[in-house]
Design a binder for this molecule. Structure first.
Ligand code: F6P
Length: 541
């Protein structure tokens, strides 16, 4: 018997019917009917407290979501991932970022080989290298100490490293400078290196494939920049290391594979910040703190693998996202970290979520007849409050929000942290409960002004609260979102681990490059718009 399509499943249809009732119900009514709701619809694990009570759900909604998860065999999918099955179907690969943070003595088999010892061999090499750079025993070509690290990568080979560096800056070596170059726009490289001394600079060329146009172009520019100052090809060995799965391309580029840190095709780019792609993170915070971060990831992996659905954080976050997206019609999710150190977290999550769930066909290649991945976006609070929150509060769109906050600041300055936290709680409260026209009028506002000053409320949010942003906590937080994405993809029956959608633009750009450099017009065979833009650029530059 063939599997019913998602929307034909009775569990889906039950949620559809139930949503008609919920759509008529305000969060004010839900809270009034259930005085304990603010305690009941919460859960806590691994030091992360999740309050999901301000979502437009009831106990029945949650039961129905859990039934949907069971019907879609999310548990079976989870087991298959952890087992190392080739669940990335279109690329025929296992998906084992969880092996990157497995303890040394664990066993995880890929094609009959235990990959955990391989992971730890690389981690040990990274630790030894990071220690030498940090303690000054790895010197540059002219004998100077390395003070600047420049990570060159893009997508997963950039967003994870830069996000983690910013997030854990408090724990970073303050006598070193860390820069991240990703864009093929030469400005990125120029600005990142303009004040650096090549004698004290180490480049990490980070690319899973070692063929990515942006990274290879920036790495070549970096080599030229370095050699222009150091004037000796032998300097490359002291100023360049590579992080990749592709040893052949690394050698071809001119980096000795003795200076390469490997990883494996079963690590997706956007799931790779805890592989050797995290070398810059380790250089910043040191091997011990890096291992604490891996410990955090692993703790969340174990929680996800073993906790019952009702108290399983990634499961809850994932199912609530399905609910908001598919049954309440929300198209986006705002990620709002109330911690300045997490300023790049929304950008990181954009790749993690949208490259994973931006899919229009099922794993079997059939068109979906439901919405898949929502758009993730956001900025740290409180900055966003003075910018786009207006639309979240009073606009016509439903935008579920994830507030992320910590009880203790790394920089306790006067009243700053209480003021910050007051804003988290106030925003979630305002979104949920709003302010009625009657309340606004009772405050003395004239009739013409009252509609402008009223807030409908009923806007859903999660509050994710933890003690403080440590390396371990960052690992837990990232793994929480990784697994939440996994749950959503399992429900939608899509491949969360491929990214074919990035290919077409890459191919077309390769075709256009020589056309920009050529003087003849006759070779332009695009549509009239693309042809005209190319001609205009040629004449304008
Ligand atoms: O273009 C998308 C992508 O393939 C991402 O999935 C990946 O993280 C990024 O490019 C960089 O790839 P690489 O690490 O191979 O340079």
């Amino acid at each position: 018997m063939s599997t019913p399509s998602l929307t034909q499943r009775p569990e889906w249809q039950a949620l559809q019917n139930h949503s008609q009732h919920i759509k008529q119900t305000h969060l004010r009514a839900l809270f009034a009917a259930e005085p304990q709701r603010g305690d009941d619809l919460t859960t806590e694990a691994e030091g992360i407290f999740l309050d999901y009570s301000k979502n437009r759900v009831t106990a029945e909604t949650m039961q129905l979501l859990w039934s949907l998860a069971a019907a879609c065999d999310v548990g079976g999918h989870v087991a298959a991932m952890f087992r190392g099955d080739a669940i990335n179907l279109t690329e025929k690969r296992a998906v084992l970022h969880t092996a990157l943070r497995a303890p040394r003595l664990a066993t995880i088999l890929v094609d009959g080989r235990n990959v955990v010892p391989d992971v730890h061999v690389v981690l040990d090499r990274m630790s030894e290298f990071a220690t030498r750079v940090r303690d000054g025993s790895w010197l540059g070509h002219t004998g100077k100490r390395i003070r600047n690290i420049v990570n060159i990568g893009i997508g997963g080979s950039d967003l994870g490293p830069v996000m983690a560096y910013e997030a854990l800056r408090h724990f970073a070596a303050r006598d070193m400078t860390f820069r991240f170059v990703s864009n093929i726009d030469g400005t990125d490289f120029a600005e990142a290196t303009r004040d650096l001394n090549p004698e004290e600079t180490l480049f990490i060329a980070a690319s899973k494939t070692f063929t990515t146009l942006e990274t290879m172009t920036n790495a070549r520019t970096a080599r030229a920049w370095c050699l222009a100052a150091l004037k000796d090809d032998a300097a490359v060995a002291k100023h360049f290391v590579a992080v990749s799965t592709n040893a052949a391309e690394v050698s071809k580029f001119g980096i000795d594979t003795a200076n390469m840190f490997g990883f494996w095709d079963w690590v997706g780019g956007r799931y790779s910040m805890d592989s050797s792609i995290g070398l810059s993170t380790m250089l910043a915070i040191g091997p011990d703190a890096f291992r604490e971060m891996l410990g955090g990831f692993h703790a969340m992996d174990e929680h996800f693998r073993t906790a019952p659905v009702e108290s399983n954080l990634p499961m809850l976050l994932g199912l609530l996202s399905v609910w908001n997206n598919n049954f309440l019609g929300a198209h986006t999710v705002a990620v709002l970290p109330y911690d300045q150190y997490l300023k790049r977290f929304p950008a990181y999550l954009q790749q993690l979520t949208m490259e994973s769930t931006g899919k229009h066909v099922t794993t079997a290649g059939a068109s979906v007849d439901y919405e898949t991945g929502p758009i993730y976006w956001g900025e740290p609070g409180t900055n966003g409050q003075h910018s786009f929150y207006q639309l979240i509060h009073q606009g016509t769109r439903l935008i579920p929000c994830d507030f992320i906050a910590f009880a203790r600041s790394q920089n306790p300055l006067g009243r700053h942290h209480d003021l910050l936290m007051a804003n988290v709680f106030a925003q979630a409260e305002a979104l949920a409960f709003g302010k009625t026209l009657a309340e606004v009028t009772a405050e003395g506002n004239p009739d013409w002004l009252a509609p402008h000053r009223s807030f409908e409320g009923n806007r859903p949010s999660n509050v994710i609260l933890a003690e403080s942003l440590t390396p371990a906590m960052l690992g837990k937080l990232v793994a929480l979102y990784e697994h939440s994405v996994f749950v959503q993809a399992a429900i939608w029956n899509i491949d969360a681990f491929d990214q074919w959608g990035v290919e077409l633009g890459k191919v077309l750009a390769q075709r256009i490059v020589p056309e920009l450099e050529s003087a003849t017009d006759s070779d332009l065979k695009h549509d009239s718009s693309t042809n005209a833009l190319i001609r205009r650029y040629r004449s304008m530059r």
